[in-house]
Design a protein around this ligand. Structure first.
Ligand SMILES: Cc1cc2nc3c(=O)[nH]c(=O)nc-3n(C[C@H](O)[C@H](O)[C@H](O)COP(=O)(O)O)c2cc1C
Length: 158
């Protein structure tokens, strides 16, 4: 996923829309609760990896800085299915059942099968730090503006 320059049209930026569903319920215990997103039919899921991006809540129109995992959670070997999970840095509230769009800003690393949950937690802390730096950069701010502009277009045209 390119960091810069951005594509000519905001809608061309990689994004995914879906509904927040219940996951395995492990995230709270690990210290990073995630919104598990069931991608809609028109939203291709990007390759398994950890990404930096913005989560737009359709209900509120607010965008939240996030670190996103796309993968089958190999550390826990619980499923072969690919999950899209967003850890929103500034959102404590429950968003189950809500429609959200994830706007991807950068790829951070490969998904890894960690030897223990504690190793995963340490890696996620570093992911969140790196993701925050990407989102605070000029590129990250541009992705946020494009996400908001695209949302405004859909809400005014419907
Ligand atoms: C930033 C981030 C990075 C992640 N990286 C990995 C990873 O490399 N390997 C892995 O097995 N799971 C990874 N996960 C997924 C976690 O295993 C998952 O969020 C956790 O098990 C909670 O799942 P649940 O929401 O279904 O309860 C990551 C999650 C986040 C938010």
């Amino acid at each position: 996923m390119p960091e810069s320059p951005g594509p000519a049209t905001p809608a061309a930026r990689p994004h995914l829309t879906g509904t927040v569903v219940h996951g395995a319920g492990r995230g709270h215990g690990l210290g990073f609760p995630t919104a598990n997103i069931a991608a809609g039919p028109d939203s291709p899921v990007p390759p398994a990896a950890v990404y930096s991006g913005w989560v737009l809540r359709h209900r509120t129109g607010a965008v939240h800085p996030a670190t996103i995992s796309v993968g089958s959670n190999p550390t826990f070997c619980d499923t072969a299915d690919v999950h899209v999970e967003a850890y929103c840095h500034d959102l404590a509230e429950d968003v189950y059942g809500e429609r959200v769009t994830v706007w991807f800003a950068a790829r951070i690393r490969d998904t890894v099968k960690f030897p223990s949950p504690a190793d995963l937690v340490r890696a996620v802390r570093e992911d969140v730090r790196r993701s925050g730096a990407v989102l605070a950069s000029d590129h990250g701010r541009r992705v946020r503006e494009d996400a908001l502009a695209a949302h405004r277009r859909t809400t005014t045209s419907s």
